[in-house]
Design a protein around this ligand. Sequence first.
Ligand code: MN3
Length: 215
Amino acid sequence: MYHLPELTYDYDALEPYIDAKTMEIHYTKHHQAYIDKLNKAFEKYPDLDLANKPIEDLLRNIESVPENIRTSVRNNGGGHANHSFFWTILGKKSELHAGPLADAISRCSGSMDEFKKEFATAATDQFGSGVAWLVLKRDHSLEVLTTSNQDSPLLTDKVPILGLDVWEHAYYLKYQNRRPEYIMAFWNVIHWPTVEKRFLEAINNEGRIICFDGP
Ligand code: MN3
């Protein structure tokens, strides 16, 4: 059985940028619903013991999941993985200090400000529900992209470094239709030490970073 991961901060910790009510509903209702549906799908294949495998592994190897529940694992498993990731990169305002990630972002996007613009544009332009990402690709390039619905970058062998949920359920209570305001607020609640840790793990603490325009 999959379960909700523990939140390491209170629902109101991200106020005023992300309000407590949204956090509570998002975590206890939306995220829980993905988990419930995923567990339900796994019940069809008790012998495969899918619920004891890391969701990241199932998404990376989605073709290994029985076809009958593959769409459910893609959607609900993606929802579980994406939300579990999202909670960890949020926190009280922090700065990205000089270091490997700051260097890579500056080199690949031109500057931190250019990166923020690129990310915000992608998040704003995502049509309908989805998630905006900074990912590390297998060739060690960094890329800003969006996925639709609850598709995980892991489905296409990309490692999430930073992500922003742009489903309306993530912002509608406070921002209604003003998604760009929510995206601007996001920069105030990123826990950069965790983002940098994700990045360093993804490059095995030593990998060379190239930019998608070439190094
Ligand atoms: Mn969500």
